[in-house]
Write a protein that binds this ligand. Sequence first.
Ligand SMILES: N[C@@H](CCC(=O)N[C@@H](CS)C(=O)NCC(=O)O)C(=O)O
Length: 256
Amino acid sequence: MSVPDVKIFPHATGEAAKTVEKHQDPQDLVFYSGWFCPYVQRTWVALEERGIPYQYAEVNPYKKEKHFLEINPKGLVPAIEYKGQALYESLLLCEFLEDAYPNHKPNLLPADPVERTYARIWIDFITKNIVPNFMRLVQAQTADKQAAAREDFTKALRTYAEKVKGPYFLGEEFSLVDVAIAPWIVREWIIQENRGYDRAAVGEAWKTYADTVAQRDSIRRTESEKQHFTDIYGRYLRDEAQSEAAKAIREGRPIP
Ligand SMILES: N[C@@H](CCC(=O)N[C@@H](CS)C(=O)NCC(=O)O)C(=O)O
């Protein structure tokens, strides 16, 4: 595997740094994180939201260090080591936390099987429509490609927003659907500042929902300061990023 030389700011800042500070002690669960990563933020929010004890470990996934590849052979964050066993994939980790810590409230998946599957249907929609179109928009270099990606992204958000019961996706309870989309809500400023995207222009339902999710405590507690994202997102905005996800978007493949 080739290892690109990727400079990233080495640690969390702001509210996220305070959270990291509180999670240094050894625990059964080690959370391998990259402070900047939206997929990481999903699992991190689930841990925080449910008060699960964990030890935070910062990793630069671009370095593909041997120890980390033993934890996740894909070399991607987030990953978890639970009592010595390695697990990875952000949404699967969130589901693992539901299964392994059923008594840590609130549960993020509904108990009812129909509701549970309904939640997963919309999580799948986020994975297949919202996240890839966000990345396409960030990486698009010409005005035409940006307009097309902006249109597809906005359309996907409108489809999603129509189903929001409010204040959260499933209604009163914050759920894994909100967790799955939240990291891209708090990163909308990137396309707002660089790609002519406007949250309000998507529609009132989206704006109200996105504003509500962004205010959630667990989301705020896992957020680093905006200025430290500049290096990372600069590479995506110039379409120079060599991450597995960036390459997949460039080549029109699904994100790994
Ligand atoms: N599908 C994975 C995606 C994880 C992912 O792409 N993480 C990025 C950081 S945001 C990473 O580790 N990239 C390293 C690389 O691409 O080499 C998940 O949901 O956990």
